[in-house]
Write a protein that binds this ligand. Structure first.
Ligand code: NAP
Length: 253
């Protein structure tokens, strides 16, 4: 499918991990990328890969989310895709999860995607755009010591499904991509926590997490990025909405 104009995407959490891989996949395929991140420095190297524009974005502040949306809209009245990727995890028992921790995780993982999508909606409608929310296997099942994170990801999946049916008449698609353990700093942090709380080696702790995936390895950020790119850029993606694409090597089947 040929496009007469350069397509545009906004990606949150473009500084590292899955978000960086997503931003790079779009930049190298000729899209203009609004790279939403807390600081410009990690995004800077991406500018060598294509038309990448840093937008300051802190998901913990609604004012920052609103300002970021304004900056994206100032860059053009049409937005072909929005990827709500920025997220934080917390590993703690229920007894050790504070009300503040719980609220912080809901704010970053689900309230910010809600607000950003709402603010960018006119530009997404103008482009018949596509929204992808990065959920998780924790959006599909419960895990021990992860109640705040699981609650936020289940909520993000619910938001995805609701907006999919609400926005279908406007030709905006909304889908979830749900990775299993993926090789990023988030995985490293979990490995370090398990190693320090159990006395096991980091290698052993990582092997345990990887063994949750029947392919016996972590998912790669580039693999998640390729799936997101497919949903946003392909012809088929125009007919896919409300779906939850699991990329977990079979962990949840
Ligand atoms: N890795 C996994 O195993 C895994 C599995 C399933 C789902 N996921 C989901 O995938 C997404 C990306 O995770 P990742 O693995 O790439 O994690 P990561 O390497 O820890 O990166 C997290 C990203 O989110 C950004 N972020 C965190 N708090 C933010 C805030 N308040 N405002 C703006 N940006 C913020 C970070 O920006 P800074 O650089 O500024 O901190 C960073 O870009 C998350 O939604 C996560 O829940 C990950």
């Amino acid at each position: 499918m040929a496009f007469a104009r350069m397509r545009t995407v906004a990606v949150t959490g473009a500084s590292r991990g899955i978000g960086l891989a997503i931003a790079e996949a779009f930049a190298t395929s000729g899209w203009t990328v609004f790279a939403l991140a807390r600081s410009a420095a990690p995004v800077e190297p991406l500018r060598a890969k294509g038309d990448v524009r840093f937008v300051s974005f802190d998901a913990s502040s609604n004012d920052s989310v609103l300002a970021a949306a304004k900056s994206v809209l100032a860059g053009g009245a049409r937005l072909d895709a929005l990827v709500n990727n920025a997220g934080i995890a917390l590993s703690a028992s229920l007894a050790k999860t504070s009300v503040e921790d719980f609220a912080r995780i809901q704010q970053v993982n689900v309230a910010a995607p809600f607000l950003l999508t709402r603010e960018l909606l006119p530009a997404l409608v103008a482009a018949k755009g596509r929204v992808v929310n990065i959920c998780s296997t924790a959006a599909k099942k419960g895990f021990k010591y992860t109640s705040a994170y699981c609650a936020s990801k289940h909520a993000l999946l619910g938001l995805t499904r609701s907006l999919a049916v609400e926005l279908a008449s406007k030709h905006v698609t909304v889908n979830a991509v749900s990775p299993g353990w993926t090789d990023t700093d988030m995985l490293t942090a979990s490995v370090e926590r398990i190693a320090s709380s159990t006395g096991r080696s980091a290698q052993d702790a990582k092997a345990t997490l990887e063994a949750m995936n029947p392919l016996n390895r972590a998912v790669k950020p580039n693999e998640v990025a390729a799936l997101v790119h497919f949903l946003c850029a392909s012809e088929a993606g125009a007919a896919i909405t409300g779906a939850d694409y699991t990329i977990d090597g079979g962990e949840t089947v």
